[in-house]
Every structure is written in C-alpha cells, then in structure tokens.
Design a protein around this ligand. Structure first.
Ligand code: ZN
Length: 188
C-alpha cells in the first residue's frame, strides 16, 4: 500500500496553508479543536453522549480502546465525535485525523456496510488522512529540528501535544532522521 504519486507534496502544501490560516509557525503546536472551530466542524466528546446514547456508554465503559473518533454526517455537515477518555496526545491525533478527511474532501461513507454489517474501510483514504494528520501536527521542519537535536523529544512532545510514537514516525517518515544523520557525518 502506497500513497498515490504527488500526494505527499499536496498534503504538505495543504498543511502549510491550513497552519498558516491558523497563524502558526512551523514550530508551533496545532490545536485540533481550534482547527475544528476554524472549519466550523463541531467536535463532541463521547462522554457528553452517554446520557442519551447507550452506544456511547458501551464504547466508554466496555471497550474504551475501540473507538478513537468518528465523523458523523448530517447531510453534508460533518460532526466529529471523539473518545475523550484517551490521552490528550491521542485525542489530538484522533481529532486531527477526522478533520484531515474533511480537508481532503473525502466523501462521506457509511461507517457500517449495510450488506455485511462490517466497517466500510477505504484504506487509501485512511492512509491519506494519517499522512495529513502528521503534516499538520509535526511539520517536517519541526521533525528535522528534533532530529538535529535542537529540541529534545520530550520538549517537542510537550510543545506539540503529540505522542512519542507520532513524533518518531514523523522523524522517520519525513526523512528528517536520514538528513540529520547525513549532516552529522559530513561535519564530524
Ligand atoms: Zn479515518
């Protein structure tokens, strides 16, 4: 499975544009809740739904790991419901992922396939949304700054509100690790 040709540079441009609209420098934290307000997408914590929806209670109490976030469509309007029992770093990535689908104009798909009852899964869309999530939360220049040792991993995680896993993935996937290693070789 690979992202289609040209997607990464489109995603990078899109992320830069969106972060710019939010007034963020390349080293600033992107708050997905601020992005949601900017996009006029309501974000509802799953715990708010427990009083009215037994399904929500199930996800929170019985299988808290199962549901991260989901986009609900009301006509063309998107609403993001997210699991607010997850760690703040995970919530940031879960909510950004859902908003990324919207930014990429992924068409609404039913969460469940009506014929089989299974989750309808578009692997290409998921991979694209994951990639754009990374671009929005950890820019390549930021990943490079961490790989060069200008920020420690801990301070970058704190600053950006992301998990160690997300940060490390970006450092590797953007080629920042390789670039920093090459530079270190050259100057040693
Ligand atoms: Zn998704």
């Amino acid at each position: 499975m690979a992202l289609r040709r040209g997607f990464k540079s489109e995603a990078s441009d899109l992320a830069e544009e969106v972060r710019g609209e939010l007034g963020l420098s390349r080293f600033d934290r992107m708050d997905p809740f601020a992005l949601a307000r900017h996009l006029a997408v309501p974000v509802i914590p799953l715990s708010d739904l427990t009083a009215t929806c037994s399904g929500a209670q199930y996800f929170l109490a019985v299988e808290p790991g199962t549901l991260s976030a989901v986009t609900v469509f009301e006509g063309v309007r998107r609403i993001v419901v997210h699991n607010d029992t997850h760690s703040p770093a995970r919530q940031n990535s879960n909510v950004t992922h859902e908003l990324a689908h919207g930014l990429l104009l992924h068409a609404p798909a039913p969460a469940l396939d009506s014929a089989t009852g299974c989750r309808d899964w578009n692997a290409d869309h998921e991979e694209e949304a994951d990639w754009l999530t990374g671009e929005l939360l950890v820019t390549r220049p930021m990943a490079l700054a961490v790989a060069r040792g200008k920020f420690s991993r801990e301070s970058a995680m704190e600053r950006l509100g992301v998990s160690r896993k997300m940060l490390q993935w970006r450092i590797n996937a953007t080629g920042a690790a390789k670039q920093a290693a090459r530079e270190a070789d050259r100057f040693s």
